[in-house]
Design a protein around this ligand. Structure first.
Ligand SMILES: Nc1ncnc2c1ncn2[C@@H]1O[C@H](COP(=O)(O)OP(=O)(O)OP(=O)(O)O)[C@@H](O)[C@H]1O
Ligand SMILES: [Mg+2]
Length: 551
């Protein structure tokens, strides 16, 4: 038999589930510890996305229980809008199924793969199905499902389906049993939850770890971030494949109206100009545009001046709230923040924000703690591969009062927060752990760091000046008895009175007071009382807010 015919017998379609079963590292499931974090991250991201989309202030409950050495049970429950019955099996047991992939607006999820990947990993490592409860309104019943993924066909297998009582207006609860490892440290679930609270001040998170320690991160803001608007793609950066598909699918009758209706920032005049620069007839039918003509159209777009996309499709946290979130979780003596104006990479609008906490009990001589975020999600892995890290090491921190040797992470008692918000965050892989090195993004991150760094520099340099004053005063103080002695001999004034006078001229108390001065917190009219979290405290140990502040 011809070899090609032999091979033909073995050739068949590979389902996406089979592919990721073999390549689970691509989705962030490369070891037991990371698998636990990724599972919780995917579920929490979805809960927060769903709540914000439904304009509900999120109350999310995360619970991890250890079943045996490497077997854990994870529960994530939200008060979101719920999921309609018919969609539940596909959402949780079909890879590449979701609501966010096709729209251009800011959300944590993008790909339609996150939660089903966690379900796939759980069933692969423990053989247990995912258990879902979801309810869409107080009037509707709650639906309970137990599901597997049929890996060969990437379709859901329903093991159990029933209507149950659930005392909740609406929401979703997901339960998974998986092979995992729970460890503390900078890449732990504890840290992920804490950083999620920092960057999402409008969220109340109740977290119970396998050691039965429960922490309630109560919200610091009672208002949801503004709802990011959905936008159409901007013509700059459009690629040929996508353009061809859009030309094929559009209901527009002419090329000019196609450009106007399918892209953002293209009015009649700009559309005409693009056609002229291509050159193509504005009246031609979109479906008749050939590949060569589409390439010309892309050239025409690049020659035309088109205004930048609108920024209301992005929902930044804002200087005030990002600082408030940081104050809540990191104890320091000085805080500052910056939110940059919107910018564009490959046609996608984005905003970079930055905040710094400095001094207090933060460790002084080790590298600063860098917290990276993308669309309000903490990034705990792949720090070295992230555009954020390179922007931090590329910045000269010495003028801002931090130590730095060459191009390295600066050292000093500081936490640096960098947040990138965009309609599409360019991650270096599907595991969404590091931001790709687009020059436009790195430039904005550096500008944000420099802006914030300047504010830090003013504070640190002032502090250094006060220290010098205090040292001078101390030095003079040491000679006061001798000076008083001589003066009292010359002027026949009692020595004690002279000492008192000389001491008062030093104004040491005033200098010391300046040094001890704490930067006042901004007026807090939105803060919720600490005990406002509704979720009941169930477990044995309840850590107090103060205990979890960064020592
Ligand atoms: N807790 C939830 N409440 C409401 N809808 C949800 C919830 N979890 C998931 N969904 C829906 O299920 C879809 C699939 O979720 P999934 O995590 O697989 O993908 P995604 O969030 O769209 O993208 P990504 O792969 O980047 O996470 C979501 O797009 C959303 O529509
Ligand atoms: Mg998701």
């Amino acid at each position: 038999m011809v070899i090609a015919q032999e091979l033909a017998k073995k050739q068949r379609e590979i389902s996406i589930a089979e592919f990721f079963e073999k390549n689970r590292h691509l989705l962030g499931f490369d070891n037991k510890r990371k698998a636990l974090l990724t599972t919780i991250k995917e579920a929490v991201d979805n809960s927060l996305d769903a709540c914000e989309e439904a304009r509900i202030l999120p109350d999310v409950n995360v619970e991890i229980n250890q079943l045996s050495e490497f077997r854990y049970n994870v529960v994530v429950e939200d008060n979101g809008p719920g999921i309609v019955k018919v969609q539940i099996p596909k959402v949780f047991a079909k890879l590449l199924y979701g609501s966010k992939f096709f729209k251009l607006s800011q959300s944590r999820g993008q790909q339609g793969i996150g939660i089903s990947a966690a379900v796939l990993y759980a069933q692969l490592t423990t053989g247990k199905p995912v258990k879902i409860t979801s309810k869409i309104s107080p009037k509707d019943p709650a639906h309970y499902y137990e599901l597997y993924i049929d890996v060969k066909t990437n379709t859901p297998v329903i093991m159990k389906e029933e209507v149950i009582e659930w005392k909740k207006d609406s929401g979703t609860r997901i339960e998974l049993t998986l092979e995992a490892e729970y460890l503390k440290g900078p890449q732990s679930v504890d840290e992920y939850v804490r950083q999620t609270a920092v960057i999402n001040p409008h969220v109340t998170l109740t977290y119970t770890n396998p050691k039965a320690e429960q922490v309630v991160y109560a919200r610091a803001a009672e208002t949801l971030p503004p709802h990011p608007k959905e936008i159409k793609p901007h013509p700059y950066g459009i690629e040929i494949g996508l353009l061809m598909r859009m030309l094929d699918a559009t209901p527009a009758r002419t090329l000019q109206s196609f450009l106007m209706s399918e892209f953002s920032r293209v009015g009649a005049g700009t559309a005409k100009e693009i056609c002229e620069n291509s050159p193509l007839l504005p009246s031609m039918k979109p479906a008749e545009v050939s590949r060569e003509q589409a390439e010309k159209l892309i050239e025409g777009i690049s020659k035309t001046k088109i205004i930048a996309p609108p920024a209301d499709c992005i929902s930044p946290i804002g200087e005030e709230l990002i600082e408030k979130g940081l104050r809540k979780e990191v104890e320091a003596e000085f805080y500052c923040s910056t939110s940059r104006p919107a910018s564009v990479y490959r046609g996608n609008p984005f905003i970079v924000e930055c905040a710094i906490a400095y001094g207090g009990k933060l460790p002084g001589d080790s590298p600063v703690i860098l917290m990276r975020f993308a669309n309000r999600v903490p990034l705990l892995y792949q720090q070295g591969a992230c555009a954020t890290t390179e922007s931090v090491t590329d910045t000269n921190w010495k003028p801002y009062g931090l130590q730095q040797s060459g191009s390295s992470i600066p050292a000093g008692p500081a936490v640096i927060v960098v947040h990138m918000a965009s309609v599409w965050v360019p991650f270096t892989s599907e595991a969404k752990e590091a931001i790709a090195h687009y020059p436009e993004i790195m430039r904005e991150i550096k500008l944000a760091l420099q802006e914030c760094g300047r504010k830090l520099g003013i504070y640190v340099n002032k502090k250094v000046r006060i220290h010098q004053q205090l040292e001078r005063a101390n030095l003079f103080e040491r000679y006061i008895p001798e000076v008083a002695d001589s003066l009292s001999n010359i002027a026949s004034v009692p020595k004690a009175a002279l000492i008192e006078k000389l001491n008062s001229t030093l104004k040491k108390d005033e200098i010391q007071a300046q040094l001890d001065m704490k930067i006042p917190e901004p007026e807090d009219d939105t803060a919720a009382p600490e005990d406002s979290a509704e979720t009941p405290v169930k477990k044995k140990a309840v850590k107090k807010e103060q205990q979890r502040k960064l020592k």
